[in-house]
Design a protein around this ligand. Sequence first.
Ligand SMILES: C[S@@+](CC[C@H](N)C(=O)[O-])C[C@H]1O[C@@H](n2cnc3c(N)ncnc32)[C@H](O)[C@@H]1O
Length: 389
Amino acid sequence: MKNVKSEALDSLSNLVALLVKDKALKKIVLSKPDASDEIKSVISPKLIANEYNLQIETFSKDNKAYHRNIKENFEKEIRLVFDNYSQINVISTVGECQFMRSKNGKETLIGDKKIKAKLSNGSFETVSENDNNKQKNYILSGNEDFLKKLGISDESGRIRDKMQAKFRQINKFVEHIESILDKLPKDNVNIYDLCCGKSYLSFAVYHYFKNVLKMNVQMICVDLKSDVIEYCSNVANRLGFDEMQFVCGDIIKYDMKLKPHLVISLHACDIATDIVLNKASENGADVILSTPCCHHELNHTINCEALSFVTKHSMLRQKMCDALTDSLRLLKLESEGYKVDALELIDPEDTPKNIMLRAIKKHNVSKDKLNELKEQYKNIKNFLLGNNA
Ligand SMILES: C[S@@+](CC[C@H](N)C(=O)[O-])C[C@H]1O[C@@H](n2cnc3c(N)ncnc32)[C@H](O)[C@@H]1O
């Protein structure tokens, strides 16, 4: 990067540092780049592992986006980035300002004085970094070693194009875990990922507890496929993720030796999700987070005259059976003493398998209430399967 002498850019980077200090910066859009392979860059505040960062997202002409995060020396670092663009728009809660450099090198900066005056006046809104985190979850940034080893990001921390959806999925899943942390022990947490497959999620969750939250964690990941279990064990060894264990086997037969505080599962196929939920509940898991996969069982077995006006349309039959299956799963967990919710995992455009079933163990639930729910569950199943006669 070059270092161009420019009073206007010095003044602008100083203004950005003040906006950062006062948490009043919304974003900076940098256009008309010097580099011919770039389109633009956008800089915005992000909260990463609870630290204020500025994230620079650079868009290139080959449709790729590169990220870099800055967490200190904002004025100096930003000044270096500014050198490479001829138009810079700074948007803040206090107002907007614009820098422009014409072809013959003439520089103009407008709006900066008004912003400085308002900042020194002291009455302005601040930006919550969480506002940005609502759009994207930045618990994981892409730079983590495990993401590189698993091939989710490249050496520079850029998320590989074909892994973007998976990255958003695991990030969002970890965000759901963040929201139930108060339901788990403060330290020494036992976590199971049942039907872990390639274990992208398990690595992310382990990293989150061990490296971000600095907690002791035992993570046990189970799957039928011996090759993926072997591969994941090797990756865990290379990463030094010593408290991760990979077990090859059928989850139905798996004996949970450690008390499960948290059971997670992402896209366990068809009835494998039911096995996960049963196993977790039978072993008294404190929290269960499960995003089901495809459902087939009810679609094949439903036998309900009252619903034949739906079941005769195959697409609607499948959609109804999906909703009924997940609702029955939640009702069953509720009857076993859990507070249950159906949440959205991620943007529905990313995947149709997008429902997160969340169950949190309740204390002091009356036996009568549980029996009533068990009866309701049995009656609905009988109604759907035509066992009423
Ligand atoms: C669609 S993959 C999802 C893998 C991973 N959770 C993910 O989201 O990338 C489903 C996984 O469930 C595993 N599986 C299915 N039934 C199982 C069972 N009864 N016991 C253990 N693993 C099972 C499969 O081997 C497969 O790896």
